[in-house]
Write a protein that binds this ligand. Structure first.
Ligand SMILES: CCCCC/C=C/CC(=O)SCCNC(=O)CCNC(=O)[C@H](O)C(C)(C)COP(=O)(O)OP(=O)(O)OC[C@H]1O[C@@H](n2cnc3c(N)ncnc32)[C@H](O)[C@@H]1OP(=O)(O)O
Length: 363
């Protein structure tokens, strides 16, 4: 049933996870000055931030930091941190970008931002009556099971489905759950115009107390577990590549049993080079390409037909094929993860992260 990709490709596909291709700009969205926040409102907001149930992410934390500094100290007049001090430089850039924004406006914007974070964190914790409980378990994924198919949808469309640290962990959990559920096939797809823009490049900003060495170690462990969960996945696994795919989302395609791509997936960025879906198909990375206008209809009709095939026969076939190469795949994965740990600390990687942070901070 499922077209298996050549083992050689699987091994090749696991290489070069650290390509950093480009960086978007950070945009601060300031609300108007409809009301003036009092000092008391501001202090309440400072306390509310500590009570947020979910981490708002680095980008929002940068906005909060900049607004706090502007509200309490006024325009940035600190010396610019050195180019390798990229955390402090990102903070400095975010604060400096506020220019001469009055302290009162910064205070109001801080209060508004915290209030919007508090309400979205409350609403995301509410279980909607009648909805599948499983859908509530993930911040960055939507997981549904219907007609023998478990569908894992990458769900950060405003960030082009970039994979942040939490999302890596959620994907690992969702694959684990899908391997034990009643479904016959598991599908990974993206919400919005992108399939996935790869590793969330702000992941590099979140440095733990142990410093960059600790960060590199954590990233290597996470990458190994993430890729390992695709290697070990026991059932037929299908990628429905609904749009452009980049970085790590491309390199793991070789571990899927079939990859269906829309002809809109014209930016399969791999090894720093853009491939169209057709070219990726010619290379064996994509199983079949469909016109975008009929992509969803054709692919889902086909997947629903596959889901009626004998469940155990498909699962056993997949396992027999995968078991032949599993040990090698894990060995390559371990090797690459350890290379990633070293490369995270290289000048090339640090420079790429510095570029990313500085470009994002330009308004
Ligand atoms: C555990 C660690 C393992 C590490 C393994 C390593 C893996 C290798 C990789 O995957 S490296 C990452 C490769 N990907 C990129 O370099 C993509 C960077 N993004 C872009 O080049 C562009 O954003 C784009 C081409 C994907 C889309 O461009 P467009 O102009 O259409 O849209 P925007 O740039 O405005 O993007 C919309 C918002 O999405 C955010 N965003 C997009 N991609 C990422 C990303 N990879 N990381 C973080 N954020 C991303 C972007 O910042 C915009 O957000 P904003 O609206 O809040 O500014």
């Amino acid at each position: 049933m499922v077209a298996r990709l050549a083992p050689r490709w699987c091994l090749r596909a696991l290489r070069s996870p650290l390509q950093v291709i480009g960086f978007p700009s950070l945009q601060l969205h300031m609300s108007g000055i409809a009301m003036r926040a009092s000092q008391e409102d501001f202090e309440n907001a400072l306390n509310q931030v500590k009570l947020l149930k979910k981490d708002p992410g680095n980008e929002v934390k940068l906005k909060l930091y900049a607004l706090y500094k502007q509200a309490t100290e006024g325009p940035c007049n600190m010396p610019k941190p050195g180019v390798f001090d990229f955390i402090n430089k990102a903070k400095w850039d975010a604060w400096d970008a506020l220019g001469n924004l009055p302290k009162e406006t910064a205070r109001q914007n801080y209060v508004d931002l915290v209030s919007s974070l508090s309400s979205s964190s409350e609403s995301s914790n509410q279980v909607q009556p009648g909805t599948d409980r499983k859908q509530q378990e993930y911040e960055n994924l939507v997981v549904t099971s219907e007609d023998g198919i478990t569908k894992i949808t990458l769900n950060r469309p405003t960030k082009k489905n970039a994979i942040n640290t939490q999302m890596y962990q959620e994907i690992i959990l969702a694959l684990k759950a899908a391997s034990n559920d009643d479904s016959i096939l598991t599908v990974v797809t993206g919400n919005g115009d992108y399939y996935c823009s790869g590793n969330d490049l702000t992941n590099f900003m979140d440095i733990p107390p142990g410093g960059v060495e600790e960060k590199a170690k954590q990233s290597a462990v996470l990458l190994r577990d993430f890729v390992g969960s695709f290697i070990d996945f026991p059932k037929p696994l299908i990628a429905v590549v609904n749009g452009p795919a980049m970085g790590i989302s491309v390199t793991i395609l070789g571990l899927f049993d079939a990859v269906y791509a829309s002809d809109r997936a014209t930016e399969m960025l791999i090894f720093g080079k853009k491939l169209t879906a057709g070219e990726a198909c010619a290379q064996g990375l994509v199983t079949e390409v469909f016109p975008d206008s009929t992509f969803q209809k054709e692919v889902w009709t086909r997947l629903k037909a596959y889901s009626k095939l004998p469940k155990n026969a498909m699962k056993i076939s997949k396992q027999v094929i995968r078991n032949m190469e599993k040990e090698k795949l894990h060995a390559v994965n371990a090797e690459e993860s350890s290379v990633l740990q070293e490369r995270c600390l290289s000048d090339e990687c640090i420079n790429a992260a510095v570029n990313f942070l500085s470009k994002r901070a330009k308004l």
